[in-house]
Unconditional design. Structure first.
Length: 480
């Protein structure tokens, strides 16, 4: 399937790092995981396989490498799309249509397949991914995790012999991750080759056949399935990788959920929500009779994709009108007052970028004293020093999110909201982000982390509010 004897590639726009691989063999039907710290070269490998390099990402390629006996680098993107399906880290960048059903059938229509064949494939994919209730929805009115599911489903509509995925589970809940795992198992049984660049390794433990570990653009290690099963979490952490075993993480999360339930029965300084209704369109998706978020705490918010997590934080921030009362230590806050006191980093971060340089974006609305004292340290920790003079819209999605994180960290607010800020981050960078967020923990503020990243929540959150557990419905509200 894929044979690489020697390969080097250097981007025209980046002369600082040369990507290099030697002695790699990937067989038909194998599941191969590309792992390594953020920026180690995983995405470059995928671009070589799906033809984006060197046709779209220009540079100097020297290779003794073949895909299905064809020289790598000599296959056009157009030809590659018939045999290699691709799922990018930010699914919104690969959509052509607004309505989900239109997007799913587009690749097959583009190939000129008969209508009955397209409808048969559509029926199979919709059933597999449980998308029937979303078919007529807009891609931009569903959650980020749901958009990722649609991107994977669309790639599979082409029935390729190989599929490459870049962080396919970055924004998915546990149920969504399980679907991806089941899909990979089915693809393997069908003889389809799967190559995945991934930070979340736990779900791949039983399905991956081989792991390729990259470091600073070079393939430095190859592990087979048997070897991986013998390695500890500490070994992976030392390599900057996420844990392949999450038993202790799940136990920690359960304990933090219990802490949140316990505090609901205490009278403590808090942000309290009373009789709040969250709506999707005209439909009420959640009703909170009374619930409190204690001040001085970092609170994780979890729940399945589409349960209303983003709707809740937008209501808390004053970005979304909702029926009910928001109380800060017993004092009612209007939407405008909440918005003034809130710093947020949303999953769709492009909507928050206004300045023409990263430097200006970081300082926009930030506290001047904090900028003077801590800006350099924050930017170094978030890996932003080399992009300060660039336009924010030229950055990757992850970099844009870190720009807004820097802005939040340098602001004097009472409420901080971070929505899926560790998507696609390696263990080392996840810890760096978590440690910066912990500096925001003060007695007169509250920090919210909306995330499906179990390791991040176990490390950074003090307590966790699970929106699918409804113990809060039984709470008396005489404490506010």
């Amino acid at each position: 399937m894929i044979t690489i004897k020697e390969l080097t590639f250097q981007y025209s726009t980046n002369q600082d790092m040369t990507f290099s691989i030697s002695d790699v063999e990937i067989k038909q039907g194998e599941c191969v995981v590309l792992c390594g710290k953020s920026g180690s070269g995983k995405s470059t490998f995928l671009r070589l396989i799906n033809g984006l390099i060197p046709e779209y990402y220009e540079g100097t390629l020297q290779a003794q490498a073949w895909i299905n006996h064809q020289p790598l680098g000599h296959i056009s993107i157009e030809d590659s799309t018939y045999s290699v399906g691709s799922v990018f880290q930010n699914p919104s960048t690969q959509f052509f249509h607004d309505i989900i059903e239109d997007e799913l059938v587009f690749p097959c229509e583009n190939q000129g397949l008969p209508v009955d064949v397209i409808q048969c494939r559509l029926h199979q994919i919709v059933k597999k991914f449980q998308l029937d209730h979303l078919l007529h929805h807009s891609l931009y009115h569903i959650s980020g995790g749901q958009r990722q599911k649609v991107a994977i489903a669309t790639a599979l509509m082409q029935q390729p012999y190989m599929i490459v995925m870049d962080e396919p589970t970055a924004n998915l809940d546990k149920h969504g991750v399980d679907i991806i795992k089941e899909t990979i198992e089915q693809l393997k049984r069908a003889g389809i080759t799967i190559i995945i660049a991934e930070q979340r390794l736990a779900y791949l433990r039983d399905v991956a056949d081989k792991y390729l570990y990259f470091e600073r653009g070079t393939l430095v290690q190859q592990w087979d399935k048997q070897t991986i099963l013998t390695l500890s979490n500490d070994f992976f952490h030392h390599q900057g990788l996420r844990s392949p075993l999450l038993d202790s993480v799940y136990a920690c999360l359960d304990e933090k959920k219990h802490l949140f339930q316990e505090v609901q029965h205490k009278k403590v300084p808090s942000l309290c929500l009373k009789d709040i209704q969250l709506k999707y369109g005209q439909t009420v998706i959640k009703h909170f009779p009374a619930i409190q978020f204690p001040l001085g705490q970092i609170i994780g918010i979890v729940g399945a994709n589409g349960v209303g997590k983003t709707t809740l934080i937008k209501a808390i921030a004053g970005l979304l009108h909702s029926k009910g009362t928001f109380l800060w230590n017993g004092k009612s806050l209007s939407e405008q007052e909440r918005l003034k006191q809130t710093s947020f980093v949303l999953q769709e971060v492009r909507m928050q970028l206004f300045s023409d340089t990263v430097n200006k974006e970081i300082e926009l609305g930030a506290d001047k004293n904090l900028v003077r004292l801590h800006k350099e340290t924050v930017c170094q920790t978030l890996g932003l020093m080399h992009v300060l003079d660039k336009h924010p819209m030229t950055l990757s999605g992850g970099q844009q999110q870190r720009v807004m994180m820097a802005n939040a960290l340098l602001s004097q607010k009472k409420v901080f909201i971070f929505d899926e800020v560790t998507s696609g981050l390696c263990y080392e960078n996840m810890q760096n982000v978590a440690n910066l967020i912990k500096t925001l923990k003060k007695s007169d503020s509250v920090v919210f982390l909306v995330s499906h990243d179990e390791e991040f929540l176990s490390y950074a959150a003090d307590m966790i509010f699970d929106m699918e557990q409804e113990h809060w419905a039984k709470i008396d509200d005489d404490r506010v």
